[in-house]
Write a protein that binds this ligand. Structure first.
Ligand code: M6R
Length: 603
């Protein structure tokens, strides 16, 4: 899973490719590279297993022929082959005439490689993508037309691809896509292709999303084909790029900025959605059929957000809710009149898209809750609820979790009102609760920054962490453990508090950090006592009297707790800040944790 970009421009292409790669780095940062056609009629390829800044320095030091306007670039998240310069894209054919960048997985790469090697092709890397270059090279031997050679090459592939091939000899660029995102755009500045519109948004106003099976020549006039026959163009969409470059705005890192943005994000969503909750119109406007049950689908943090929303639907409206981890969902049996809630920040997560493709949704409706209204998920859904969180650059999801939960809970309340599963008076109470979210989140941020540094200093050397909760607290515990693992590289486990005595209590030793999300259920005190008796180090996240008193703005838990059957969402804030502070103290890169990528577009 990777980010790719290609451009044929009227100005030097190197800064455009490098700028785009910086914006695509969230898709993988194991290596980066560019191939640019030189004024001498060949291609200059530069690669690094370092970050894009280092690639920029290498390209800046280029002393060969001029690098004018045609090139391709890639930022890699390794799937096949170790993180080495040799395995970094762009890859070449045997002659070096062709360069290519690829995002996806070629499942039959082994067989194709053996066949090509028997024909005399010499491979320079261990990477599956390299077969594409050799297949195109083979095609050009029979027919010297790049678009036809690419069509023939992708016709041999199994798996997923967004690929762009640059012919250094003829200065032609051809792109092909199948089950991997690739957007194509044209403007007075040139012709562009990229995995994500943000990467090229500065240069274009409209774009087209390639469909499965599309091949397009990136020339002054885009030439679209499918299976070798000229085809209709995909529909045009407006680029949503704001013109502002995305920076940390005075914060030390994107994660810090994105945590701090949460109250504003919440306020924006609440202002937009809350007026349409109580009359049921938020739901009615989605124009979906009635549903009897809900299936929640997602991965990682999005799955946790879905669990929170599912919790609201079942606890407030008695709707039967099932939650499926997307990578395990393909064989699930779908009952008629099921509403499928598919959550994904990026809308491009392959496990989720694969689940949707394999599930029998003929008698169900699919609602996407996503931060990317142009994504593949959004295009496949019957209706889309946009999260409106703005770009999230840190690999760890923070503000998008909050945005997904608020958006989803608002829609859930509206659906319950519209289907008369909830009394209007109850809906008023819960909708008021939604309106409080910006304030609650701001309070949680302030308290966490005050209280957590000392706690983090205390547990810095601990190898493992337990997270406990009850009810919705279990979901928040899961989210806290996920954040801690991905950022600090320390072991973390979450458990329903009641399960502790059935096994996990054996993990607790003197000083073991146990973070307890206290969502107002008095039974949590028993689990706390059990940990306490074994010398565990309890960090209680909840209302008054807790170590991190972020819940309910210091109000007594009683009546509020009764009303808050879907929260306390603000308890996620100390979990995010705890994980970030610990990771920073351990010297980790919180925006780009090792081995990960923001958008996981391979299964
Ligand atoms: O783009 P998505 O929301 O579909 O991504 C799903 C997960 O990969 C993602 O939430 C991941 O778990 C985060 N890095 C967690 O912070």
């Amino acid at each position: 899973m990777c980010g790719i970009v290609a451009a044929r421009t009227t100005e030097p292409v190197a800064p455009i490719l490098l700028g785009a790669l910086k914006l695509l780095e969230y898709r993988g940062y194991d290596s980066a590279g560019v191939s640019i056609r030189t004024s001498g009629g060949d291609s200059a390829t530069t690669r690094t297993i370092d970050r894009v800044e280092s690639l920029e320095a290498r390209v800046g030091a280029w002393s060969g022929a001029e690098l004018p306007g045609t090139g391709i670039g890639h930022t890699r998240w390794a799937t096949h082959g170790a993180v080495t310069e040799q395995n970094a894209h762009p890859h070449q054919d045997c002659s070096g005439r062709l360069s290519l960048v690829h995002n996806g997985i070629i499942e039959n790469a082994g067989a194709l490689r053996r066949e090509l090697e028997e024909q005399g092709h010499v491979f320079a890397s261990e990477v599956d993508s390299e077969v594409i270059g050799h297949l195109v090279e083979e095609g050009l031997r029979h027919d010297d037309d790049l678009a036809r050679a690419v069509t023939a090459a992708v016709g041999r592939l199994e798996g997923s691809w967004a690929v762009v091939v640059l012919d250094g000899q003829t200065d032609r660029l051809v792109a092909a896509a199948h089950r991997s995102p690739l957007l194509v755009a044209r403007s007075a500045r040139g012709v562009f292709a990229a995995s994500d519109i943000n990467a090229i948004g500065e240069w274009v106003e409209h774009f087209q999303a390639m469909r499965d099976g599309d091949v397009v020549e990136l020339a002054d006039e885009l030439r679209w084909s499918r299976g070798g026959l000229a085809s209709e163009e995909p529909p045009m969409a407006d680029s949503v790029w704001t013109g502002a470059s995305i920076g940390v705005d005075g914060h030390p890192d994107f994660m810090s900025k994105e945590i701090a943005e949460q109250p504003d994000v919440a306020a924006r969503i609440v202002d937009r959605l809350a007026p349409h909750v109580l009359d049921g119109s938020l739901w009615a406007d989605l124009a979906l059929p009635h549903f009897d049950r809900v299936t929640v689908l997602g991965c990682g943090t999005s799955l946790n957000a879905g669990r929170m929303i599912g919790g609201a639907l079942s606890s407030l409206g008695r709707v039967p809710v099932r939650t499926l981890v997307a990578s395990e969902a393909a064989d699930a049996v779908m009952e008629p009149r099921t509403l499928v809630l598919a959550l994904s920040q990026s809308g491009e997560t392959a496990d989720l898209l694969n689940a949707i493709e394999h599930l029998d949704l003929t008698r169900s409706s699919l609602v996407a809750i996503t931060n990317n209204e142009h994504s593949t998920l959004a295009r496949r859904a019957d209706s889309v609820l946009t999260c409106d969180a703005g770009p999230e650059i840190g690999v760890a999801a923070t503000k998008t979790f909050v945005a997904q939960v608020i958006t989803g809970v608002a829609a859930a309340l509206s659906a319950l009102v519209a289907s008369e599963r909830m009394l209007r008076s109850d809906a008023v109470r819960h909708s008021d609760e939604l309106r409080l979210m910006p304030e609650l989140l701001a309070h949680a941020i302030a308290v966490s920054h005050e209280v957590l540094p000392a706690i983090v200093a205390d547990v810095l050397d601990e190898p493992g962490f337990l997270f406990l909760g009850q009810g919705t607290g279990v979901v928040l515990a899961a989210e806290g453990a996920l954040k801690l693992k991905e950022l600090s590289y320390r072991w973390a486990e979450h458990q329903p508090a009641g399960e502790l005595k059935h096994g996990p209590l054996a993990l607790v030793d003197r000083g073991t950090p146990v973070l307890v999300i206290d969502s107002g259920d008095p039974r949590i005190d028993r689990s706390i006592a059990e940990v306490d008796a074994r010398g565990g180090r309890i960090v209680r996240i909840g209302g008054p009297g807790s170590t991190v008193p972020v819940v309910g703005l210091g109000r007594p838990a009683g009546p509020m707790a009764g009303a808050r059957r879907w929260g306390p969402l603000e308890a996620v804030v100390p979990l995010q800040i705890f994980a970030r502070d610990l990771a920073l103290a351990l010297g980790r890169d919180v925006d780009k944790p090792r081995n990960l990528a923001k958008s996981v577009t391979v299964e």
